[in-house]
Write a protein that binds this ligand. Structure first.
Ligand code: ADP
Length: 450
């Protein structure tokens, strides 16, 4: 006797968990299937936060924001190739998604900023820790309290689509055994393909040999599952490299460190870009340096205001020094050059204006409080903007751009929202907004089939 579900959610990252919770709350019998041994996907590694404009927490903090401005800045960051309809509806729902999370005990009440944004709109946990772990553990609590079933170590290898509707999914367990489950609708939330070196190289050959920041499950198999039943894809060649990745460990050094006041310097001890520019620009500046890497430098005040930085120090990724001169010696930079650079940067902080590189945001503090820290970084493959085509409801579209009935997708497996460059903090917003929509739509579709 085959097991029956209304909604099968494929993938247990943020998009999948949000979809499952919403589908359950809309009355469906839900199953989550995850191919890895653990919950959380790549979402659990997310660092900086979740962007939203006109949110309750911005209002509490007195931050005046405007969804139209958020839309314009994201469109510009995405080089104007974003699907504008999708982007617009996404931006509109960001404050609602913040409320949806808060309602489930997941409060993103502290706010910072990321590259390409002009206003503090990146929401993160109150203790300023990385968003991913907090978000996944909060979502998981909600999954557990609702009694939603989860299968780990199980990969969906096929979606059966018959008589113009999904009927079942074929699954493979960790021993390689194949079985079938009945499903009335599916939500594909399988994430991106940044950890699939072959696929990355196929779509963007110049990224051959780059390290990846992603978990090993980010292999893009959802794109295959969906194209096999007729889904269209978009922007697969739009692959983002993140500028600040520690190369020996592939550890992502969060954008919130720069957002909290850190700077980048080259091996001459000079700044070389606006650190708060978008990820593609900052990455390009680093790749253009002769060594193709750079130092991210911060002081103790930046550390105190950023929990992630403590992790880097504990992990031994940062070089720590009691004085700036000592730091210069340790990282083999001319001490007077580094001193000059910080003196100059501190001037811009006190003026509130960077006259050298035009950094306009996150000129937080003068960097002067010992100890000082330096981490050697270079870009790494981080996010795949492209994916399957969806509409505003989260329906997957076929090559004629017509919805494939009963098949929904959310999160990094989809393309269109981010265009040619994703803004930091927009991935988490994307997975929650579209996770909720896909879950809700899938539940309604399944119930109409009862
Ligand atoms: P998002 O940010 O879009 O939620 P994540 O990368 O966080 O994406 O999560 C996607 C999850 O989907 C990962 O945990 C990954 O292991 C899982 N996954 C990918 N492909 C499959 C598959 N075919 N079957 C089951 N789980 C899958």
């Amino acid at each position: 006797e085959l097991q029956h579900f209304d909604v099968v959610v494929i993938g247990s990252g943020g998009a999948g968990l949000a979809a499952a919770i919403q589908a359950h709350d809309d009355g469906a019998k839900v199953l989550i299937i995850e191919k890895m041994p653990t919950i959380g996907g790549n979402t659990i590694k997310a660092s900086v936060g979740m962007n939203a404009a006109e949110s309750i927490f911005q209002k509490i903090k007195g931050i005046k924001d405007d969804r139209t401005l958020f839309y314009q800045e994201t469109l510009k960051g995405g080089k104007f190739i974003n699907n504008q309809k999708l982007l617009h509806s996404f931006i509109q729902d960001t404050p609602i998604a913040i409320d949806w999370l808060a309602d489930k005990g997941i409060e993103l009440s502290d706010i910072t900023i990321t590259g390409g944004m002009s206003i503090d709109r990146t929401h993160r946990p109150a203790d300023r820790s990385a968003v991913g772990g907090y978000l996944i553990s909060g979502l998981l609590k909600n999954v557990v309290s609702r009694g939603i079933e989860v299968m780990l170590d199980t990969e969906v290898v096929d979606i059966s689509y018959e008589n113009d509707t999904p009927s079942a999914v074929k699954i493979k367990d960790d021993k390689g055994e194949i079985s079938t489950l009945k499903a009335k609708s599916v939500v594909v939330a399988t994430g991106g393909f940044s950890a699939n070196a072959k696929m990355v190289e196929q779509y963007k050959p110049e990224l051959k040999g780059f390290v990846t920041t992603n978990h090993p499950g980010a292999t893009g198999c959802g794109i295959k599952l969906l194209t096999e039943i007729g889904a269209d894809t978009i922007d697969l060649e739009q692959i983002q490299i993140h500028p600040t990745v520690e190369q020996k460990t592939s550890y992502l050094i969060s954008e919130s460190i720069r957002g909290g006041g850190a700077i980048l310097v080259n091996h001459f001890g000079h700044r070389f870009c606006n650190e708060m520019d978008t990820r593609d620009h900052v990455s390009q500046c680093i790749i253009s340096l002769p060594q193709k890497n750079a130092w991210i430098i911060f002081d103790d005040q930046v550390r105190l205001n950023n929990k992630a930085s403590e992790e880097y120090i504990e992990q031994g990724l940062a070089i720590v020094a009691d004085s700036l001169i000592d730091l210069a010696h340790k990282i083999n930079i001319e001490e007077s050059a580094l001193e000059q650079t910080l003196k100059r940067y501190n001037q811009w902080v006190s003026k509130g204006k960077d006259e050298e590189f035009g950094r306009e945001t996150a000129l937080r503090y003068q960097l002067e409080q010992a100890p000082f820290y330096a981490i050697l970084i270079a870009p790494g493959i981080h996010h795949t903007m492209g994916g399957v085509v969806i509409n505003q409801e989260g329906s997957v579209l076929d090559k004629t751009r017509y919805p494939i009935r009963g098949v929904f997708a959310a999160g990094e497996v989809t393309g269109g929202v981010h265009g040619a460059n994703r803004i930091g903090g927009n991935a988490i917003a994307d997975i929650i907004v579209f996770g909720i929509r896909a879950g809700s739509q899938a539940a309604h579709y399944a119930q109409n089939k009862r």
